[in-house]
Write a protein that binds this ligand. Structure first.
Ligand SMILES: [Zn+2]
Length: 149
């Protein structure tokens, strides 16, 4: 089973970076309530909250820069072979499904439709993804792990 995470507190950015590289990662702003939530969903907690430090199922981060936090998590759980950019919705964490070009006609800008043939869709929010400039910008945010992976 692939590793699943829930980030809390100050780690919204990290949670997003994990989703960009295809790792299952949600976010919550709950304090100690995160313990219950994590157990229910089978997620490992990633936190900077010292009150959670040392508890079972908690990965405590001392890094403050999101890119460094990302490397620390990928290293700690050896996720290098699980990195799959463009496989998960950056907004809601659901897995993306490839969709036919015809299916996105009228839903993406004309220029995009003309220049890209590969699309994927989030089943939950219906957001359409393609490997355009937005995608490349997202990859730049995680290039430190992509370069190593
Ligand atoms: Zn979505």
């Amino acid at each position: 089973m692939a590793k699943k995470f829930v980030c809390n507190g100050m780690l919204g950015k990290l949670s997003r970076l994990l989703r960009i590289i295809g790792i299952d990662s949600t976010y919550t702003n709950e304090g100690m309530g995160i313990l219950l939530l994590a157990r229910k969903e089978g997620r490992t907690i990633i936190t900077c909250n010292t009150r959670l430090r040392g508890r079972e199922g908690v990965f405590f981060l001392s890094e403050t820069i999101p890119q460094q936090q990302l490397t620390a998590v990928v290293d700690a759980y050896n996720l290098w072979s699980e990195i799959r950019p463009f496989s998960r919705c950056v907004i809601c964490n659901d897995e993306l499904t490839p969709v036919a070009k015809d299916a996105v006609k009228g839903r993406v800008p004309f220029f995009t439709y003309k220049h890209f043939d590969e699309y994927a869709e989030c089943a939950r929010c219906k957001r359409v993804y393609w490997k355009g400039s937005h995608y490349r910008n997202m990859l730049k945010e995680v290039e430190n792990v992509l370069a190593r992976g």
